[in-house]
Design a protein around this ligand. Structure first.
Ligand code: NG1
Ligand code: MG
Length: 522
């Protein structure tokens, strides 16, 4: 079944009521600024939100399921395709940003057949170009090589903070791809196609990303979190939190430590992607029969820990299908990993290559040539242990949300809710511990924010997104929100030198928002 990106009739279709007044002002400003820059009204606005990840951190690129939700903050692209003249054989893109001092305007004459992106310079329009490139590839597949792209006038307004773990990049790339598809006459943009092309496109900007952010940005529905799975194919299922009293809220708190994947990728994000693929290859070489090859899949480097997982149980069960439940399988993988990957200090390229029975050059070619990484040793044990245990936590969290015998019920009295909330929160706290100690993607500031919150009444606190700074997410009952805020102010934010604007944005209560949408300007 295919589902198209919805066309919004009014802003009420897009935003929750608490956000409407601010959003209405913002959209009005966007439309009138478009008019003053380009001397005409836009034809449409393409919109895609940021996301917060509730649970399932750093496992999407190993193809395990995750549970994010969209936030209100988003990327908007107002677009017109009228009267855009360009040199022969090219089309013109004029692109401006509402925050023109930070993000200067550009004009590009782009040849029909190739969109050039220089991922080595960090330039804001690269995200648009990567959405453009992906969308055009898809359009060409559909309409044939004679397809000629339309020129576009664009004004962008993004409210997702960059480098904050709320996925400004996926919001921007998804909104861009949606804008390009629409500008080129695509009437109903398929959500799965849009998501898949946004995932691949974002890799063009130099990050080896998984698919969680783009899925959350495109598929989310107001009021629900989203259970995203990547195998056998991309699926996204809305999930509701039980109504409890006091209501459970998600607080998002900024650390104001900026983590820029484009700068630190080689020692952080991209390195983790490489370590996970190497761990999959290593476990396969040791635990599966000789010459077993892992299936190539949608993971950034083409093989994944999930691929190892499936291969292992197919080869180690009678008639190729395991009778164990997935949680039991994950438990088994955790103990197998602990026994097989014993080197706490990590593995050198030579050690891994010799186990894989390939040369170091071949290893570099296969695993570290596409995205640069810098490491002497690869911590395969810790990375695999985090991934399998985090995949298991996601399933446990989902079970708490979905299993009627686990959900709080009115007949079981009020204490029932507290006990339930403690269970949900404990899983989030375990994720944080694993991110900090095993995956090593937290930082002291995030650790501090989490412990301050827990002391003030949060059930569960952890980093969200890639980590190494950025944002954190906290499960807090509505009647403790003020206390948590005050504790952060006193023990964390007051010690930083923040502008009023930053103070304002430091903490937000997040309600699950809606995903990508198009708004046609009359
Ligand atoms: P952030 O840095 O929050 O955009 C990144 C990846 C995700 C996922 C998380 C960690 C991109 C676009 N996104 O999120 O796919 O791997 O880290 O769970 O790189
Ligand atoms: Mg990002």
């Amino acid at each position: 079944m295919t589902v198209s990106v919805p066309i919004a009739r009014s802003l009420e279709d897009i935003y929750t009521s608490d956000a409407l007044p601010t959003q209405t002002r913002r959209w009005d400003a966007l439309l009138s600024k478009f008019q003053s820059i380009y001397g005409q009204a836009p034809d449409f606005v393409a919109r895609s939100p940021g996301r917060v990840n509730i649970i399932g951190e750093h496992i999407d690129y190993s193809l395990y399921s995750v549970l994010p939700m969209a936030i209100t903050a988003d990327a908007l692209l107002a677009v017109s395709t009228h009267e855009v003249e360009a040199k022969r054989g090219t089309y013109k893109i004029q692109i401006a940003n509402v925050q023109e001092d930070k993000f200067p305007s550009h004009e590009f004459d782009i040849p029909y057949d190739a969109v050039d992106i220089d991922a080595s310079v960090h330039e804001w329009t690269n995200y648009f170009k990567s959405g453009l490139r992906g969308a055009l590839e898809l359009l060409r597949k559909k309409h044939g090589d004679s397809f000629t792209p339309k020129g576009m006038k664009i004004l962008m307004d993004g409210t997702v903070p960059a480098g904050g773990g709320l996925s400004s990049s996926a919001a921007f790339v998804s909104a861009s791809a949606l804008a390009v598809m629409t500008a080129n006459g695509e009437k109903a943009v398929d959500k799965t196609e849009l998501t898949e092309l946004a995932i691949v496109s974002e890799r063009a900007v130099g990050v080896n990303s998984g698919g969680m952010d783009q899925s959350a940005s495109v598929f989310s529905e107001q009021g629900s979190a989203l259970f995203v799975s990547f195998v056998p194919r991309l699926t996204a299922q809305p999930v509701q939190f039980p109504k409890t009293s006091p209501e459970l809220t998600f607080l998002i708190a900024q650390s104001f430590v900026t983590a820029d994947k484009h700068v630190t990728g080689p020692i952080h994000y991209n390195l983790r992607v490489v370590e996970c693929s190497l761990a999959a290859a290593y476990l396969n070489a040791v635990l599966n029969p000789p010459t077993t090859r892992l299936p190539s899949d949608a993971a950034p480097l083409g093989i994944s820990l999930h691929g190892f997982h499936e291969t292992y149980f197919a080869l180690h069960s009678e008639n190729g299908s395991s009778t164990k439940s997935v949680p039991e399988q994950l438990d088994e993988l955790i103990s197998l990993t602990a026994k097989t990957l014993t080197k706490e200090e990590g593995y050198t390229r030579e050690e891994i290559a010799s186990t894989l029975n390939i040369s170091v050059d071949e290893l570099n070619e296969q695993f570290t040539s596409r995205f640069p990484v810098r490491a002497e040793r690869f911590k395969l044990r810790q990375r695999a242990l985090h991934v399998f245990s985090e995949a298991l936590r996601v399933l446990k969290f989902m079970q708490l949300l979905e299993d009627p015998s686990q959900r709080p019920s009115p007949t079981r009295g009020g204490d029932d809710t507290t006990e339930y909330n403690i269970k949900l929160g404990a899983l989030l706290n375990e994720t944080q511990d694993s991110c900090r100690d095993v995956y090593e993607c937290s930082c002291p500031e995030i650790d501090a924010i989490c412990s301050i919150a827990r002391k003030a009444g949060s059930y569960g606190s952890r980093l969200t997104g890639a980590g190494w700074g950025g944002c954190s997410v906290h499960l807090v009952p509505a009647d403790r929100v003020d206390e948590v805020r005050k504790a952060w102010e006193k023990e964390y934010y007051s010690k930083l030198d923040l502008s009023d604007e930053q103070k304002e944005a430091a903490v937000v209560v997040s309600r699950p928002g809606s995903g990508s949408a198009l708004f046609l300007v009359e």
